[in-house]
Design a protein around this ligand. Sequence first.
Ligand code: PLP
Length: 489
Amino acid sequence: MQQKIEYSLDPENWDELRAQGHRMLDDIIDYMQHLRERPVWQPAPDEVRDTFREPLPHGPMALSDVHETFMQNILPYAIGNAHPGFMGWVQGGGTPVGMLAEMLAAGVNANVGGRNQMPVEVERQILCWVRELFRFPEQASGIFVTGTSMANLIGVLVARTKALGVDVRSTGLQNSSKRLTAYTSVAAHACVAQAFDLSGLGTDALRLIPTDARGEMDTEALKRVIAADRENGCTPFFIAGTAGTVDTGAVDKLSVLADIAEKESLWFHVDGAYGALAVMAPDIAPRLAGIERADSIAFDFHKWAQVQYDAGFILVRDGTLHHDTFAAPVAYLARAERGMATAYPPWPCDFGPDLSRGFRALKTWFAIKTYGIEGLGKVISGSCMLAQYLKQCIEAEPELELLAPVSLNIACFGYRCDDPDRVNANLAIALQESGIAAPSTTLVNGRLAIRAALFNHRSTTRDVDALIEAALRFGAAEVRNTKAFEKVA
Ligand SMILES: *Cc1c(COP(=O)(O)O)cnc(C)c1O
């Protein structure tokens, strides 16, 4: 007797699935279209959180019911970075085009680790475009990664290979007599230090160079520290400049760093997580002069370029060295003359630690094709102009003070009062909880600052006005509360 074996997860009724799929698409497009009418953020009530403590589901549930739960209990309680009033941290807003492209990518479900398939070619197309944007040579390599944290790690690992030779991959660092040292500014993102931790070089190998009044690396201090390290028998090998620091948006003097790296024979890496793609904005691009001389650039399409999460990228000038840092010949990944496993196109898995990889390239390709470099560049110019507008608003209000230069698209400010750190910390929370505008906080020269980072392509002067109005109102209330409290106490 013929046994029937069937366990497919596809629907029995495709028409039903199609109708449900259309409803889901309509719902999420409605959400995007009407974002502005919602609060930027609202905390999830305990009852909602509690519904996510259910036992492991064994039986099936209708897709429409699962979707309903998503609509009720997940969608309203995201952090809100898609919303025009979101100004916290460094986060992109995403686009409708990117969302639709993600859906298509999910349908293909490509594993872009390698092999003879167009999804790999799409990623190579992005690499070609990225080379062109940064004026890198044809030998330059690059791949998508989760984000700049991973991209910085890859940059450090390739630089390590350059400094110690490919054998370091097998011998490890123990057998090296060289004491490698590296340099970045105190304003660098913590993931640069993390890259030294993860690479085994250790964070002690990374010297944190002070910054000047503009938040840029003090290049004279850098030269002095390099000289002192050489004096002490260390082997300087790596400089990481930052294009757009996370706190204030400062851009290191990349040309000067490139000169120093060249003179000292050091690897020049740029953490351009959010700022590097400002090369797309003709008015901002000159600020990045020198980035085209980097040995490697780490950046994110998911921040200023508004591509859906996640879409980080690492670009390396010396593609051979990049390949030799990661490629590992194994039988099951052998290349063939013809068929599916041809050596061309180069396999992304040879350029990073990931073997299975999603189709991040597709949403990026759709975004660049649909909006063009001009469209994306306009978003970047626009948010810098909006930051200047915000700066003017802050300076026009006697109750507010600007706490750092507005270099690109980040403004740090505070409410003037007797106990500013406490009041401003509470003010930032009050703003977030109001759902009106959502800045975050940071420390600027040891002072707590409300930090409004304008990354969202949907943000306008209206959102900045709302931020200022609410900051004045909540700031005054906070000061009043403090006084009332002091009287009682
Ligand atoms: C966001 C950011 C990072 C980290 O990038 P992820 O994509 O979050 O991993 C690193 N450096 C800077 C300057 C950043 O703004």
